[in-house]
Design a protein around this ligand. Structure first.
Ligand SMILES: C[S@@+](CC[C@H](N)C(=O)[O-])C[C@H]1O[C@@H](n2cnc3c(N)ncnc32)[C@H](O)[C@@H]1O
Length: 267
């Protein structure tokens, strides 16, 4: 008869972004559709050829590395030094020049302009205020050459119902298994802040770990996002998609829309 030995779980309250290796196991698993969508948008919406690509808030570089390996010249920035280090190690391991730098996506300047940029999974909502959001869009407009595009993906707040998401995923890399849970803890509509709880349960042959975090995400209804865009007229809205990332299925955004990728073109 075998006995099941249960090991104690270390519980760490901290920033999940400070543990890029576990973040990456969950989020890097599913990259193919997003990657194909990026390439489709580059050819469908950018004027001229796309060679040089920026990802603001690139995190672990889960997508940036795929774009680089497809032959594009890439750069990324992120506020978190651990994520940037993880990303650059990933590039070096594959014989590529490190592509990421520590920088604030609302306060950066590039030496050379890019043909396209992308920011697909809500990082934009980490910007805590309207001023920071406008500053970010101005940085992006300055970073893009004329006719270049910025693909910006975020969850909008639908007018019809309160946000009440609870998402769980499990992914495995080698001997490490990570289970994630993401849920809305509270919503302050007046301050436009959704507080999101996140846990990662990590199992390795040597240990069990639970990372517990919560982070504020700024909220945007479709109307609030359109008002924001009007502040930066150098970025023209040319198309919208949902998180199915299907170039053949553009969508009409209205007050009920939730997951939207905005295609913004530098005029
Ligand atoms: C949800 S992760 C997304 C990472 C990556 N874009 C991806 O698709 O996996 C959000 C990232 O935004 C970064 N971030 C938050 N605020 C930022 C800021 N003001 N400037 C740059 N990066 C920021 C975090 O450090 C984190 O790596």
């Amino acid at each position: 008869m075998s006995t099941v030995q249960s090991r104690p779980t270390d519980v760490i309250h901290g920033k999940i972004y400070d543990y890029p290796v576990y973040y990456d196991i969950i989020f890097a698993a599913d990259w193919k559709k997003e990657f194909q969508f990026l390439r489709d948008c580059f050819s469908e919406h950018a004027t001229g050829q796309v060679r040089r690509v920026l990802e603001p808030a690139c995190g672990t570089g889960r997508l940036l590395i795929k774009v680089a390996q497809a032959g594009y010249d890439v750069i990324g920035n992120d506020l978190n030094p651990q994520a940037v280090e993880f990303c650059n190690r990933r590039f070096r391991r594959r014989g590529l020049e490190p592509a990421a730098v520590v920088a604030d996506m609302a306060d950066f300047r590039l030496k050379r302009k890019v043909d396209a940029a992308f920011n697909l999974i809500n990082s934009f909502r980490h910007l805590p205020s309207e001023q920071a959001a406008v500053a970010h869009l101005r940085c992006m407009a300055r970073a893009l050459r004329k006719g270049g595009i910025y693909l910006l993906g975020l969850h909008l707040t639908p007018v019809s119902r309160r946000i009440c998401d609870d998402e769980c995923y499990t992914a495995r890399r080698g001997t490490v298994t990570v289970k994630s849970r993401l849920w809305t803890k509270s919503v302050d509509s007046r301050k436009r802040v959704e507080m999101v709880g996140m846990t990662l349960d990590v199992t390795t042959p040597a240990k069990q770990l639970k990372l517990v975090d919560e982070m504020p995400f700024r909220m945007y209804t479709a109307r609030q996002f359109n008002r924001l865009l009007a502040e930066v007229p150098e970025l023209e809205l040319v198309e919208t998609y949902d998180f199915d990332h299907d170039i053949n299925c553009p969508i009409e955004v209205d007050g009920h829309s939730e997951d939207v990728v905005f295609v913004l073109k530098k005029t």
